[in-house]
Design a protein around this ligand. Sequence first.
Ligand code: ADP
Ligand code: MG
Length: 316
Amino acid sequence: NEERKRKQQYANLDRYALMEKLGEGAFSVVHKARDLQTGELVAVKVIKKFQLDEKQQAAVLKEVTILRQMDHPNIVKFLNFIECDEHYYIVQELVSGGEIFAEIVKFTYLSEDLSRHIIIQVARAIRYLHEEVGVVHRDIKPENMLFEPIDLVPSKHGAKLRASDDPNTKLDEGQMQYGVGGGGIGVVKLADFGLSKQIWESNTKTPCGTVGYTAPEIVRDERYSKEVDMWAIGCVLYTLLCGFPPFYDERIETLTEKVARAQYTFLSPWWDEISIGAKKCVRNLLTLDPRKRYTIDDFLNDPWILEFDAKYAASA
Ligand code: ADP
Ligand code: MG
């Protein structure tokens, strides 16, 4: 029976023809692949079992459980999971543009409009995770933000977006102005749920009455856990706007200290031209006290974020 199951798993794997490497992390290599059953291109995350201890293997299975539950346009879609003797395979939809990280490297920094276009989509994914699924991501960074490219059609005034009604793939004026350097990024999708953690929600998942016995550190940890994602969004937004992260030091001790004190500045000359609204928004995310930090709803209602909608209303 074991043997039959094993053979079946390998047969399941035959469905995917692995192609070139798309990226890699600490424990995994991600390949482009063709699903021979549907003919479609997919992404297969290959994880070597022998590199993982039991706890880490359990974490992979948890990542799969979490991914399975997800259904949101800004989160990579889970397609299949196969376990063989030596590897785990997580099959996902292919997000063909690659990492936002590479775009920052390529363009040094992004315009305010393009930064907003990206961060809003990440925020929608986070709102879904925090409010509907009850999961904290815990590893939001430009390497884990993938994008679908959009066609830019050359025009007299530079590159222009191909017409689309999908608000996620609409470019705003800033992006059109900057042409390919500022555009080309359509739908942004959050990947990598390896570190994410299910939130325990007192009012939905635990029967009333037992709440009174819950230790304060559990409740506290709970209350603060969503805030770590908001901090990370602040770090990402800062980096998109100027091209370097808010906290950096070659010595890990110094870096830790800077983070612990929320010690960062809007360095001149890089931040000189960036709007006060953008800076205020970043400041409300990189707030030391997690209780005073923006929640996901605060963030999505921030005036700088809402400028996006205002622009659309005006130009529509
Ligand atoms: P790890 O947990 O090892 O960091 P990730 O899930 O973040 O693994 O994947 C590693 C890299 O592989 C990503 O940073 C990205 O470059 C690429 N990648 C992952 N998933 C996809 C996908 N669905 N489509 C395209 N590229 C992907
Ligand atoms: Mg990753």
